[in-house]
Design a protein. Structure first.
Length: 267
């Protein structure tokens, strides 16, 4: 995958999925390698070591500053090939937009310029297994980056599996448009915990009383969104991990533990 640079400033605003609060994001081109969030004067580099929370989304934090729900944006930045960027955040959470990465692709893709450089890739040295009860994520050495992801939820989602080799075009067309999803019956308890306050029919696939009340973009949109989350969480790394990944009933907690394990293996 070719490295791309951002050649113009871009900005966008919207509400956060969990806080329900309005925030504004500004993207600033940079020649310094790495992706960095800025909250006021606090710089929060994108790295597994700055993950401070993984409840229903990834929160990065440093020196008292924190940014919530970064995964959909990070997935888009990575698979657009952007390796250097400053992101100024006026607010506490990245806007959810339509619940997918499609809006970030639409915003940033026209502002890219391709360079002769290739994005850094790092093959796995040895297998990694991370497990919590019956859920697990494992990675094995391979010549390409591939994912097999299985979810298991109550009806009407049920058990769904997606698998494929990851590329920029596949991400853009088959993964980025997949939206976050949730059960209406869980909404009240989530909001009592300060989660999903900004969730609505415009930014979430809603399941209510066993029925999908939001028209789907893909027949298996829920599992595709989980793949999107995984790609966002692996984008905490500054390189593409080349290996075969298999996930069963995963989530941000397991995803980010894998990112940390990959970072440790790379040392």
């Amino acid at each position: 995958m070719k490295v791309h640079t951002l050649i113009c400033k871009k900005s966008i605003n919207g509400i956060g999925l969990h806080t329900g609060a309005f925030s504004e994001i500004q993207f600033i081109p940079s020649e310094k390698k790495g992706i960095r969030f800025w909250k006021n004067d606090i710089c929060i580099p994108v790295s597994p070591k700055f993950v401070i929370e993984t409840k229903r989304g990834v929160v990065l934090g440093k020196d008292g500053g924190k940014i919530q729900t970064v995964e959909h944006l990070l997935a888009a930045i990575r698979w657009l090939g952007i390796s250097s960027l400053e992101i100024q955040v006026n607010g506490d959470e990245i806007p959810i937009l339509d619940g997918s990465s499609a809006g970030w692709i639409k915003l940033l893709e026209p502002c890219r310029k391709e360079t002769p450089e290739e994005f850094d890739e790092l093959p796995l040295k040895k297998p990694i297994l991370i497990q919590e009860k019956d859920a697990y994520i494992k990675a094995a050495p391979s010549t390409s980056f591939s994912i097999q992801y299985t979810i298991d939820f109550p009806a009407p989602i049920g058990t769904q599996t997606w698998k494929g080799k990851i590329s920029s075009d596949l991400f853009k067309n088959d993964i980025a448009p997949a939206r976050t999803f949730g059960f209406a019956e869980e909404l009240e308890s989530l909001r009592e915990k300060g989660l999903a306050v900004g969730g609505n029919l415009e930014n979430c696939v809603v399941i209510k009383r066993g029925l999908m009340i939001t028209p789907l973009r893909f027949k298996n949109e829920p599992v595709r969104h989980k793949v999107l989350d995984l790609l966002g969480d692996l984008s905490l790394l500054s390189w593409i991990p080349v290996g075969k990944f298999e996930v069963f009933k995963g989530g941000h907690f397991l995803h980010t533990l894998m990112s940390k394990a990959l970072a440790d293996q790379a040392l």
